[in-house]
Every structure is written in C-alpha cells, then in structure tokens.
Design a protein around this ligand. Structure first.
Ligand code: FCB
Length: 461
C-alpha cells in the first residue's frame, strides 16, 4: 500500500471564483415532522422503530430549523458562506408521495430560498436526501420502477415553484447509500435486507435522476444540474494480484456502478457478471436515460478504504483497518490524500466538466460551549488537511469549483442519532442554542482569504 505518513504542509490557494459553502439535509435538521401538512417519511417510520437508531433518537425536533431558519441564515452570514446546500423534504411537498400538493410545504422552501437570496447566499438544492414518503415505500420503494415516475412528478412541482430563483440542483444524494444501506444492510431506512432489492433500487435511482434532468432544465432557465455520489478512495491492502483485483471489485461496487452509467458507458460488465441472477433485467432505454448530460458531479468524501481479497460473500472483498491513520468519532480513518487521489482519478477516467465537493467533514466529541467557545482543533486539522489536498488537485488541473463543509451545524446523524457532531456550529439540543465552534471561525477566515490557513488562525468575534 502507498505510504500514508507523508502529508504535505497545510496550505494552498483557491481561485477567486471558488464557491465556499456548507451543507445540511432536511430530515437531519428540520424537525416539525407533523407540522403544516407534512406526511410521514421512511426515516420517521424507521427512527420510531425500536432498536434502529442510537438511543431511539428521531428527527422529530432535530435542530428545529423549520422554525429557526432565520437565525440559521444569520449564522451562515457570520460564517461568510457564499452558498448553502440543503435538501427538500419530499413528504412536505407531497404528503402521500404522489398527488395532492401541500402548499404549506412549498411555502416553507419559498421563504427559505428568499431568505438566502436576501442574505446573498446561493441556494444549492438537493431534491432527494433520503426521506422517501412512507406511502411510496409501502408501494415497493426504490426497488419499484414506479418510484421513478413519482420522483419526476415531485421534481416537476418543486422546480416549477423554485426554479426562477434556484439555479443549482442536485437530483440525488448518495444513491449508493440509498440502495445498499437502505435495502441491503438495513442500517438505514427502510431497513430491508435483500441484494436483489438493493440492485433494483440502483436502477430506479439512476432512471429517476436521468429523467429529472430535462425537467429541471425546462422549469429553471439556466439551471445547472448534477448528482452527488459518495465515492470510495480505495486502496488494495497489499500489492498482491488478488488484493488488487479485490480493490477493483470494490471500486466497481461503489464507484463504477454509478459513474459508468452516468457517463454513458452503461453498467460495468465485470459487476454485471458478478451480480448474475441477483440483477433484474435492464429495461430498454435505461442506459440512455441515466446518461442525460449533467453540468457537474458532486463528490462526498470522508475517508479512504483499504481492502483485501476474502473468499466469502458475493463481492469477495474484506475491508481492513487503514494503516497509520487517526480516526474520527465515527471510527473513520483520516486520510486527506484520499481526496486528492479520488479527484485526480475522476478527472482522468471520466469526462466530468465540473466537480464540486458537496460534503466533507468530521465528527468529534466536542465539549459543550464554555464562555461562548467550543475548541475543536481536530476538526480544524481535518478541514485544513482536506482543503490542502483539494487545492493541490486544482493545481494539477482538476476542474474543482467549490466545497461544502458537512455540516453547517450538529444534527441528526441517521442511525447514530445525536451522538455524532459534525457541525461548524454546536447545537445544544435541549435549549436549541447555537454556538459557532472554533472550526467555524477558522472556516470563515479561510473563505475570506481564499486560501488554507494554518489551524491556529482562529479569529473570533
Ligand atoms: C453522508 C450523508 C450526510 C451525513 C454525512 C456524515 O453520507 O450524505 O447526510 O450524514 O454522511
């Protein structure tokens, strides 16, 4: 395996037009799950099912962003953010999944978008960040092809309403997680465990994405449309041919399975062969639909994977501990170089016009605020390391145009509930009080300077 010890010194300059932002997702922050006509989502159902989330945590209240969004926009301004990536809750717009538009749900996002624009913050809208309306899951969920029809209807309604003001659209967040964590491992909603269902879900997701692209272009003049993938920076555990092949299969499972169809190559033949009968037949036209031209690819990167050959399981791949790496509170190894390797590989292997890092960040066990301060030096070091590698990738010619920190504020971290804090802003859940962490103040200065500052450069006001 490559040497993991040698990190370049922190630094790097970004182009003046580089877009600086932070990201969130509806179910993780909004709360207000029964308000203003919102319907039930698969995450409401899942988190209320005993044993599915840490301590039974749910998104019922979360960060109460549904009510506190004006304060949250003020925080974004204080952090100097130029862009904010958030998602729309499908069950607020269509409480039954299809048919019956809920005007109050649309009105909420209207207010939010207007508030952002008034604050000079560019909205980046994710249309699906995991909160499928429960009635659609009851009708078969993502493995069912008709969920793509429902998605296109939903996208049409949202983009007709917001498309005059929102110009940056992300169809789906991390379809790998939707399909494999939702329908294979069951760690995420809806919690099913069935490889065939997971593979069928990937098909529907890519079709839904591809069919939504022209709808967004039609409803939002000058729109820039993309998709966000969680891609693996994968390394073989040794130089042995079997471990290298294992790494290639893992790359097929995580990366090529989505990238190849999106960029017009269809599903990778090695993976099709490997999945065999578990793969439902490809409906005619699917390959063309998934390859609808997009304007950018969103990349979510958190940590690398080291893998080796293992005789068991359909993939015959085992994930091994990443050597010499610190880990975050999630247990995820910290390896900024993985971001550089991933960006260069994407640029080399696919005709990607523009790249954005749509999520990157780290959970640590932050202390509660004391005297208005939350010192989080490890998070600052994490951001500094990854931004340094992002700048290096740009210097190597990668068309990387922006970066969104995950996350604006601590929030409901899916199955981990509120036990993992990813925010630039600390949220005290009982009082809902927000406190900007040192990493937030550091990020603010980085945005102002347009370059990576040393971790000591925390200026608080
Ligand atoms: C990503 C999700 C995001 C958040 C981070 C930590 O997979 O897109 O919602 O949970 O992980």
């Amino acid at each position: 395996m490559a040497q993991h010890g040698d990190h370049p010194t922190v630094g790097g300059v970004f182009p003046a037009a580089f877009l600086w932002g932070a990201a969130t997702a509806a179910y993780q922050i909004e709360g207000a799950v029964r308000e203003d006509g919102r319907g039930e989502s698969i995450w409401d159902r899942f988190s209320h099912t005993p044993g599915k989330t840490h301590k039974g945590d749910t998104g019922d209240i979360a960060c109460d962003h549904y009510h506190r969004w004006p304060e949250d926009i003020r925080l974004m301004r204080e952090l100097n953010l130029k862009a904010y990536r958030f998602s729309i809750a499908w069950p607020r717009i269509l409480p039954r999944g299809r048919g019956g538009v809920n005007e109050r749900g649309l009105a909420f996002y209207d207010r939010l978008v207007d508030g952002l624009l008034a604050a000079d913050i560019t909205p980046w809208v994710t249309l699906y960040h995991w909160d499928l309306p429960q009635p659609l899951e009851d009708a078969g969920g993502w493995p069912n092809r008709s969920t793509a029809d429902a998605f296109v209807e939903y996208v049409n309604i949202v983009s007709r309403r917001l498309g005059d003001r929102v110009k940056n659209w992300i169809t789906l967040n991390e379809p790998w997680c939707v399909a494999f964590l939702g329908y294979l491992t069951g760690e995420h909603a809806p919690g099913r465990r069935d490889l065939r269902a997971a593979l069928a879900a990937t098909r529907t997701l890519l079709a839904a994405h591809g069919r939504a692209v022209p709808v967004l272009r039609a409803n939002s003049a000058g729109a820039r449309v993309g998709i966000t993938l969680n891609l693996a920076a994968v390394y073989p555990a040794s130089d042995s041919p079997v471990d290298r092949e294992a790494a290639h299969r893992y790359d097929g499972f995580f990366n090529r399975w989505f990238l190849d169809p999106l960029y017009g190559r269809g599903y990778p033949a090695d993976m099709v062969a490997l999945y065999g009968d578990n793969l439902p037949p490809v409906p005619a036209g699917d390959i063309e639909v998934a390859a609808a031209p997009i304007d950018f690819l969103g990349v979510n990167y958190y940590s690398p994977s080291a893998v080796r050959h293992e005789p068991s399981g359909p993939l015959q791949v085992g994930v091994v501990p990443f050597p010499d790496a610190e880990v975050t509170a999630m247990g995820w190894p910290v390896y900024p170089r993985g971001l550089f390797d991933l960006l260069l590989r994407l640029h080399r292997d696919y005709p990607i016009g523009a790249l954005y890092i749509t999520e990157n960040g780290a959970a640590y066990d932050d202390p509660p605020p004391a005297n208005g301060r939350v010192p989080d030096p490890r998070r600052i070091a994490y951001y500094a390391g990854h931004l340094t590698e992002a700048a290096r990738a740009i210097a190597e010619g990668v068309p990387l145009h922006g970066y969104f920190a995950w996350s604006l504020m601590d929030n409901f971290e899916w199955a981990h509930g509120y036990s993992k804090r990813f925010g630039l802003v600390y949220v005290d859940y009982p009082t809902q009080q927000r406190t900007i962490k040192d990493s937030g103040y550091w990020y603010r200065e980085v945005i102002a300077a347009g370059r990576v500052l040393s971790p000591e450069a925390v200026v608080r006001s």
